[in-house]
Design a protein around this ligand. Structure first.
Ligand SMILES: *Cc1c(COP(=O)(O)O)cnc(C)c1O
Length: 376
């Protein structure tokens, strides 16, 4: 049997075509009624009182930060192990990025590390719910309250995940979503900002529309941007969300099969979920924890490269921010972020992945780990 297993693949329920064609036929192809409908459906599903649809998950972060008034002279705390977007959007707003460490098992922000880097200039704390997980929110909310610093939850990777019956992205002042092709629900490109604060909501609506929201044509009350999501994309989002039970069921099954099969590889420590977290996995991720840790990054990369020969696309963990050119000089390395950056591997994860394929992936993974590390 020949395999060619990509790392990610979008899943269509069959209804997307109907919705998109309806939007197309209506001639409402920029803004249009599906945008509001999609926002309402996301509010209903997540329990968020307000939602602002935007062009992608990165502009969602940008808009959220602009809404909070983040600008020059401010500091934004970001986990050192993350997809770069929250850090780059803080820089786009003119703020300085300050990193906090992650928990080495959940891969999410470590509250104690956050506490240690707060200064009078800290304007926001960005929590990134990685790979489908939900961060340890209770202590983070406590810190947020204690210092009066808003939490931004980057929930691009955990749509559908709850912690103690609260949807990821609805704990803090701002939650952001991404509907990129690889994410738990997709509109191709797309994103959303969630908030429970009506003033913040109004302000974000204005910034999304060039600072123009009154009846007076071309009257701009503030400087804004065009962060809008198109009606065609929103229509697709409505179809995806309508069938989310089906999508999440398939993702959960993939997670279950992986969890069982991966028990045979003790050197691979799968991401841990705190008690109370009910994840819809975006990606099955874990770290390689061999007894001998020399050249961990090089050997992890060797496993990734060898799996390509087996027709399996995997991904290494993110480079910790201190390694990346924009932050090289101003950010220091943190131990758990460095460990994750050197040792994480993310395995192919998407709804249509079959049991047979998962067994094949885990089997080849085991063989390749053994070749590189001489242990499993
Ligand atoms: C995907 C992702 C983003 C960016 O979303 P886009 O829609 O691709 O712009 C931001 N943060 C995290 C953690 C992501 O995984």
């Amino acid at each position: 049997m020949e395999y060619n297993i990509p790392w990610s693949k979008p899943y269509f329920t069959g209804d997307e075509k109907n919705y998109v064609l309806d939007a197309l036929d209506s001639k409402w192809i920029s803004n249009g009624p599906y945008v509001k409908q999609f926002e309402q459906m996301v509010c209903d599903f997540t329990g968020s009182p307000f939602a602002v649809a935007v062009s992608n998950g990165t502009t969602a972060l940008h808009l959220g930060m602009l809404g909070l008034g983040i600008g020059p002279g401010d500091e934004v705390i970001v986990p050192a192990f993350t997809f770069i977007a929250p850090a780059s959007m803080a820089v786009m707003c003119g703020a300085r990025v300050v990193v906090a460490d992650i928990n080495k098992d959940t891969f999410c922000l470590d509250p104690e590390s956050v506490r240690s880097v707060i200064t009078p200039r800290t304007k926001a704390i960005v929590v990134v719910h990685l790979y489908g997980n939900v961060a340890d929110m209770e202590p983070l909310l406590k810190i947020s309250k204690e210092y009066g610093i808003p939490l931004i939850e980057d929930n691009a990777e955990s749509f559908g995940s709850f912690s103690r019956n609260t949807h990821a992205g609805t704990f803090g002042s701002i939650g952001t979503l991404s509907f990129h092709a690889s994410k738990n629900i997709t509109t191709g490109e797309g994103g959303m900002v969630l908030t429970n604060d009506q003033d913040l909501y109004e302000s974000m609506l204005t910034i999304r529309e060039h600072g123009m929201r009154t009846r007076k044509t071309y009257w701009h009350s503030v400087v804004g941007h065009n962060f809008r999501l198109g009606n065609l994309h929103a229509a697709m989002g409505c179809a995806q969300l309508k069938h989310f039970t089906e999508i999440s069921k398939k993702r959960r099954l993939v997670h279950e099969i992986y969890a069982e099969a991966l028990k045979t590889i003790p050197i691979f420590k799968s991401q841990c979920f705190q008690e109370g977290v009910d994840p819809v996995l975006w990606v099955l991720a874990g770290r390689l924890a061999p007894a001998n840790t020399h050249s961990l990054r090089e050997r992890r990369d060797a496993v990734v490269a060898k799996l390509v020969e087996d027709g399996i696309e995997t991904r290494p963990g993110f480079y910790s921010l201190d390694l990346l050119p924009p932050f090289l000089k101003e950010i220091k390395a943190l131990p758990n972020a460095t460990l994750a950056s050197d040792s994480v591997i993310a395995l192919p994860t998407y709804p249509e992945l079959t049991r047979e394929e998962i067994f094949y992936i885990v089997d080849r993974f085991k063989v390749r780990i053994n070749e590189v590390f001489n242990e499993i």
